[in-house]
Structures are given as C-alpha cells and as structure tokens.
Design a protein around this ligand. Structure first.
Ligand SMILES: Nc1ncnc2c1ncn2[C@@H]1O[C@H](COP(=O)(O)OP(=O)(O)O)[C@@H](O)[C@H]1O
Ligand SMILES: [Mg+2]
Length: 425
C-alpha cells in the first residue's frame, strides 16, 4: 500500500513489514533513507521513520504488522543533547557505554549515536555486549562491527569480531563477558576506531547486576556512560561510580515498543537461523580439534579406565576419558546410576566425575574457531560418534576449524531454542 507522510510527521512501523521510500526524504534513528531502498522492519521491532520532506512510501505489511502516523519527533531531546555533548568532546578518542533496562532503547540509542558520529566523520565501531537480544553476531555471543554506513537495523551489520559466550543471560557469564568486552574495545581501537560505542544487556537491577555493571565499567573504562533511565532503576549503579567517567542521563523514548518473552525468543531464533543458514553436517575427528566449554572431549577412549568403571557400574558405559581435572563418563542412552554406584565411583576416584548420556550433546550451540582463536561461525551438535571419535556439527563454516567451543543453549533442527542448560551437566 502507498502512504503519504507530511514533512515533520513520523511513521511508526511495527514489523514484520517492508518499506520503500518512493519520493521525499526520511530518516530513521538519524540514518537517511535512500529513495528506492527496501527497509525490513523485523517481527517484534518498531522503526520510526521521520519525514524531513513531504514523502511517499510503499509499505508491505506482514501478519500482525501495523503502523501509526504521529505528529512528533521520535528522538527525545535528551538523546540529542547527550549525543552533542559526546561529539563535541575533544578527547580525540572516546569510548561510550550505554546502560539501560530491558526495552529501554539501548540499541536504538546506539544506532542514533553511531549514525550521528559517522555523519561527522568519526571512525565508529559498535560493540554489542547484549547476549540475549544481540545486534552484532548471533545470540550467546558478543560482537564488534566497524560502522561504515548509517544503520537502521544493526541486525544487517557484518560482524568484524565475535566472541562466543554460550548462554543468553549474563548471570552465569559475567567474567567472560567483561573480558570479552575489554578485548573487543582493544580490537576496535586497533582497527582505527576513535568512537567506540558499547551496548550492554538489560540486567541492571539487584545487587548482582549492580556489581557486574560496576566491574564492567571499571575494566572497560569508558569515557562516557549513557544511562537510559525510565524510573530510577540505574541509580544504584550511577550512585556508586568512581567519577572517572562522565555520566549522561537520558530518557526512554515515549513510543518505545516493549517485547514479551516469547517475542524476544522469536527474535533470537531468527538470528540463530541467519547464522546457521545454508549449513551442512560436517564431521570433525576429535583428535584434530579441541572441544571445550560445556562439553570437553579429547577423543581418547580409555579402555583401562573403562574396565575399572565397568567393575563398578556394569555394562552401561559407552565412553570414558581421564581429562586430568575430571573423568568424563558417557553412559548409554536411558542408563542411570544408582546412589550406591555413585558412592562407589566417588570413593574409588578422587576427582570429579562428569556423567553424560549418549545424545545429551544433541542440539547444543557451538562456535567454531580457527587456530588463532578467531570465531568462524556457529553450529549445532548433531552427535558425537564415540566409536569413531568424531564430532558431527551442523554449520555453514566451510574451512578447517581448530576449536569447537560448546555452549549451553540447545536448539532444535529448525534453529528454535529448546532450552538453556542452567549449569554444566
Ligand atoms: N524513539 C523511538 N520511537 C519509536 N520506537 C522506538 C524508539 N526507540 C526505540 N524504539 C523501538 O522500541 C523497541 C525497543 O527498543 P530497543 O532500542 O531495541 O531497546 P533495547 O535495546 O533497550 O532493548 C525497538 O523495536 C525499537 O526499534
Ligand atoms: Mg537492544
């Protein structure tokens, strides 16, 4: 359908939808829309298109999509002031960390800031520290993208670096997230950025969140902290800062679109699917690769150990391996150990025994990395062939991989999220 938007008005489009600007001039989060360009508004997302001239657009609305014409500027005054403060600072190179609760506008503010900085000739990079609702890289990772052109939806950005964490919530992964964001900031500066924007996850309330965010700030050392504050949820963090960084408090936009849990899951799933697209099942001999993270295997089935274990638990064992710090014991599908067997195992072996079952590995999200630790892509485990010591992974990574880092997110064959395993099994 065609729609006119008068100069000064804003069209809020809720996806799934596709928009084409036919005539006039419009922008979204500070990015100028080109005439004839197709812009996808993804499901669960809202994009405000501001008409800076009388404009004509063509809209294709999917199921559950909608639009609304409003007579206001979608960018809050406080956003404009904060952006102008940061861009007129003369430190030369700035790092900005954006904090805010869930659905507070973090991603949108990062877009707006990146677009404005880019238009002023800054070398901008965007680091995405939000594992669950990630913008750069697939869910369960943190990513870095050097911004070369204005962003309407950062989903379309090609990541320059990705670090796999393997979970969708930060609670159990704070140390790796902090280390990874410090690493990505250094990489961004190495690659020539002088304006580094770091987005974070929406976990800001409660003692754990406050401690995590304060540690993150202490380690990453941003010059500016942008706090998107709806009520007073960021006060405990802001109130405990050391004063080294300048804090800019900005508003949550009035027309923000909140997403429920299910929609957030659907958004994550579309991202897994994008990064698994055109995948094939590939086999990696365990002796050629390092398998670590939530599943550690060296592929050295220990026949001597197996005999000792079988004396205690009988004929239930498929595979076992002595890893040094622990014993990996893989049982046949459906097999269990009695309390008595467990007690005997613990008495006999003086180190932790990790008990797995054949098939437990199925669907686990992994990252594949090269021999320098560079992320090549994600995959999901199809199976471990314990007889042949081969790991089968569904992935679109073509070349050789040196490491398979196993996460705790389990997907089904279609790329839908089944569960996130709470702790190592
Ligand atoms: N100023 C605005 N006007 C209309 N919609 C907005 C505005 N800012 C953000 N949104 C939309 O609201 C939703 C949530 O914002 P987002 O930036 O993704 O929040 P967060 O990253 O904090 O979860 C997104 O669909 C986004 O496009
Ligand atoms: Mg976001």
């Amino acid at each position: 359908m065609k729609q006119s938007v008068e100069k000064g008005k804003t069209l809020l489009v809720d996806g799934p939808a596709c928009i084409k600007l036919c005539s006039g001039a419009m922008r979204a989060f500070g990015a100028q829309i080109k005439i004839g360009e197709h812009i996808i508004v993804r499901v669960g997302k809202r994009i405000p298109f501001e008409a800076t001239e009388d404009s004509q657009i063509e809209m294709l609305l999917g199921n559950s999509a909608s639009f609304l014409l409003i007579d206001e500027d979608p960018i809050p005054q406080s956003w404009k002031e904060a952006v102008s403060t940061m861009l007129s600072s003369n430190k030369g190179a700035e790092t900005i960390m954006v904090l805010g609760g869930i659905d507070s506008g973090k991603t949108s503010f990062c877009n707006y800031l990146a677009n404005t900085a880019l238009s002023l000739g800054r070398s901008v990079s965007l680091i995405d520290g939000d594992l669950g609702q990630s913008d750069v890289g697939p869910p369960g990772t943190v990513g870095l993208s050097i911004i070369k052109k204005p962003i309407v939806d950062p989903f379309n950005l090609k990541p320059d670096h990705v670090i796999f964490i393997g979970v969708t919530s930060p609670y159990t992964a704070v140390k790796s997230i902090i280390e990874s964001l410090v690493d990505l900031k250094a990489k961004a500066i190495d690659l020539g950025s002088n304006f580094v924007i770091i987005n974070t996850d929406g976990w800001v309330e409660g003692a754990g969140a406050v401690e995590y965010k304060l540690n993150l700030i202490r380690m990453v050392k941003p010059d500016f902290i942008v706090a998107i504050q709806g009520n007073s949820e960021l006060k405990p963090i802001i109130g405990s800062l050391s004063g080294l960084e300048e804090v800019l408090i900005i508003d949550v936009p009035k027309n923000i679109k909140k997403r429920d849990r299910e929609t957030r899951k659907i958004i994550r799933e579309s991202s897994y699917k994008k990064y698994l697209k055109d995948g094939k099942i590939r086999s990696y001999p365990l002796s050629w690769i390092t398998v670590d993270g939530n599943l550690e295997l060296k592929g050295r089935n220990d026949q001597f150990l197996k005999k000792r274990l079988e004396e205690i638990v009988g004929n239930k064992i498929i595979y076992c391996e002595n890893m040094g710090s622990q014993i990996i014991l893989v049982l046949k599908r459906e097999s269990t150990l009695s309390d008595e067997e467990n007690a005997k195992l613990n008495a006999e072996f003086k180190k932790p025994i990790r008990i797995l079952r054949e098939g437990d590995e199925r669907g686990l999200l992994v990252s594949l990395e090269d021999n320098e630790g560079r992320f090549l892509g994600i995959g999901t485990i199809c199976s471990v062939d314990y007889d042949r010591s081969v790991l089968k992974v569904y992935t679109n990574v073509n070349g050789p991989a040196s490491r398979v880092h196993v996460g705790r997110i389990r997907l089904d064959e279609k790329g839908n999220e089944v569960e996130v395993i709470a702790r190592s099994q």
